[in-house]
Design a protein around this ligand. Structure first.
Ligand code: FEO
Ligand code: CA
Ligand code: CA
Ligand code: CA
Length: 664
């Protein structure tokens, strides 16, 4: 396994081009190859990708899903108990679908052309793909018929556990998930199970070897054929408002064919989404578990830290403009010698939300029944959470996490995306956690014409006062985003106070929009020519075992507008001590770079490429990108040509040509 020291950034980690080209570029001395892409078979019975999107829903259910995001490599264990670096299972989130590319004719909503079969295919392209991969003779490939191969989709049976399980707000209309009985029966579930997971964005894993998938923009998959209440005088109306549910959703139209997703026919169903879901990567029959103790919001990333007392916390972002950063501290201690003893650690503990104060300290505010809000009222006495007893109050706090965070005065952030914890190695013993704040068009006053509606109370249908800039979010109209980091007091994950600073305010040195703070560009950009490691919209964030910070970006990706000097999306490698930053990977057109994981030996890096050619139309699916087939015409087996046709999200595998450690 890799040596436990913080490595300096070798010059080999930088130097990839800034030009916008429709391919993955890595520095000289490295090779990137396609590992798996949307539509590839990953489990028994899977069929090869056609290239024309002619696959049926049933075929998609055995193929790699669309628009991959966070992922983690789980190594097999060798005979001597060592972790293997040539065989593993990768769990990959499939965040969302681009319906124009998913079907030969796009969604085609008119005249009965949007069918239940299409809805099912879209649902089957969401979720999680569990993929066995092997390296044989130096070549990585997918084990296409692996018994470990698995798809978890919008219809997979899941268990709901933790303090909110069984609460009335989770008792949705009962369904039988078959294509002959899709109408709500009128009966109710008992709130302890759910069907499916959707909009799985960033991820986490646990030290006991399970995968965590985080449900982000699940609200967009719901809709209704009739108006949806966002009345602040009803409980469901308030929830719909605070979580952004609407009749139109994000245009999926699943509700047209699948009434489970109709907000008026099934108003409790949305409460079964917005959770962190735990998956056993090595047991394809294990039921995924929605862990309600971690709260309900637009989850993005769940990074764990175990401290010196074996206490464990998970750090989490809620990715929407002016939302919050959370941590969950398990009630029980982590047991490193008996993995099974940790099985239900995620079911009890305290959920906190962060307040970042101007003096560079902060508070973790417990979302517990007795916590007094900024209005002087304990959450248990707040009408939003009132219940028969504190157990019910806690259940309501967890279902309405955002509203509880509003009540206690947490700090509105510039879209919290990934969290990452710096390894405690090489004498560094602080618990230091980083979070990307990708951008925010709804802060400050100079935001042009974009209306702002205060989500906490719905005030100001248009043009209401946006949150002012603050110390932790110091830019109005924060186009390029920043990265914040904090250190827990006493090197304990149970701390309720922390210190913080900004690691970097991202951007383009040449055209910086608002250099309004001494913190601007505090990162020490090192690349050649100077400035070519500038980036915008940091999103993916991950520490490798060497203590190096990797940052992936999600901006428009075509080198336009504010990104004219920055070019396409990138993955950079940063030194957390100095801020030194090197541009390691540049990406195809109009994609984002998201998802990164490494083998235990530090010699293979997996990187996700999501939505190349975003916004292409069904009539012209390749108008913006033809990746990956334009870069690799022969698949990993060296024989099979990649099908021509539409662009595909996928995972690339990167190795060093001399076989050495990444970054050596
Ligand atoms: Fe799915 Fe916030 O990225
Ligand atoms: Ca993201
Ligand atoms: Ca994106
Ligand atoms: Ca993003």
């Amino acid at each position: 396994n890799v040596p436990a020291n913080t490595r300096a950034l070798n010059a080999s980690l930088g130097g990839s081009a800034t030009a916008v080209v429709d391919r993955v570029t890595v520095p000289a001395g490295y090779t990137a190859q396609l590992l798996v892409a949307w539509g590839d078979p990953i489990m028994p019975g899977g069929t090869a990708f056609t290239g024309t999107a002619s696959e049926t829903a049933a075929q998609q259910a055995r193929q790699f899903g669309m628009h991959n995001d966070g992922m983690h490599f789980f190594p097999f264990t060798g005979a001597s108990g060592t972790l293997l670096s040539d065989r593993g299972v990768i769990c990959v989130n499939n965040e969302y679908t681009h319906e124009q590319i998913l079907f030969p004719d796009g969604p085609n909503l008119s005249g009965g052309n949007y069918t239940l079969e299409k809805t099912r295919k879209s649902q089957n392209a969401h979720g999680v793909s569990v993929v066995e991969v092997r390296r044989i003779n130096g070549q990585w490939s997918v084990v296409k018929n692996s018994p470990y191969g698995r798809r978890i989709t919008a219809n997979t049976f899941c268990r709901v556990s933790g303090p909110a399980a069984g609460h009335a707000l989770l008792k949705a209309k009962a369904h039988t998930i078959t294509d002959t009985a899709t109408t709500p029966t009128g009966g109710l579930t008992d709130g302890t199970y759910a069907y499916g997971t959707i909009n799985n964005c960033a991820h986490g894993m646990t030290p006991w070897g399970t995968y965590l998938t985080c449900e982000e923009n699940w609200n967009g998959n719901f809709g209704s054929t009739s108006p949806v209440s966002t009345s602040v005088s009803t409980e469901i109306g308030k929830l719909n408002r605070r979580y952004g549910l609407s009749a139109g959703g994000f245009g999926y139209n699943w509700h047209v064919n699948d009434p489970r997703f109709d907000l008026n026919l099934n108003p409790m169903e949305p409460h079964l989404f917005g959770w962190v879901v735990e998956i056993d990567p090595f047991n394809p029959r294990a039921v995924p578990v929605k862990r309600t103790a971690l709260g309900r919001f637009k989850h993005e990333s769940a990074q764990y830290v175990v401290d010196a007392n074996q206490r464990i916390a998970f750090y989490m972002g809620d990715d929407e403009r002016n939302e919050y950063i959370y941590k969950f501290v398990c009630a029980g201690a982590y047991n490193p010698t008996n993995k099974a003893a940790n099985r239900d650690l995620l079911d009890s503990g305290v959920l906190y939300v962060a307040r970042f104060d101007a003096n560079l300290t902060g508070q973790w505010l417990a979302l517990e029944p007795g916590t007094v809000g900024v209005d002087g009222v304990a959450l248990r006495d707040n009408p939003n959470f009132a219940g028969a007893n504190d157990a019910e109050v806690k259940a309501k706090i967890l279902v309405k996490t955002r509203m509880a965070a509003d009540a206690v005065g947490a700090t509105m952030m510039d879209r919290p995306e990934w969290t990452g914890a710096r390894p405690r190695i090489g004498g560094f013993q602080e618990i230091e956690v980083y979070c990307t704040l990708t951008n925010n068009s709804q802060r400050g006053t100079n935001n042009g014409s974009q209306p702002y509606t205060n989500p906490t109370d719905g005030s100001g249908a248009s043009g209401a006062a946006r949150p002012a800039i603050d110390a932790a979010n110091p830019r109005a109209n924060n186009v390029h985003g920043h990265i914040i980091r904090w250190r827990e007091a006493g090197q304990s994950v149970t701390a309720t106070t922390f210190s913080w600073d900004l690691f970097v305010q991202a951007g383009d040195v040449a055209t910086s929009k608002t250099p309004n703070s001494s913190n601007d560009f505090k990162g020490n950009i090192i690349d050649s020519p100077n400035g070519s490691a500038d980036y915008g919209a940091p999103d993916g964030l991950w520490f490798d075992d060497f203590g190096r910070l990797w940052v992936q970006t999600d901006q428009v990706g075509d080198g336009s507008g504010d990104f004219v000097n920055i070019g396409s999306n990138v993955m950079v490698c940063c030194d957390p001590n100095t801020g030194e930053t090197r541009r390691f990977l540049t990406s195809p057109n109009r994609c984002e770079v998201t998802g990164v994981t490494m083998t235990p030996d530090g010699r293979t890096l997996f990187v996700g490429i999501q939505h190349p050619g975003e916004d292409a139309t069904a009539a012209n699916p390749t108008q913006f990108s033809n990746w990956p087939q334009n870069q690799w015409r022969v698949e990993a087996d060296g024989v099979t040509p990649l099908p021509a046709g539409r662009p595909r999200s996928g995972v690339v595998v990167i190795t060093k040509d001399d076989g050495g450690l990444i970054g050596s």
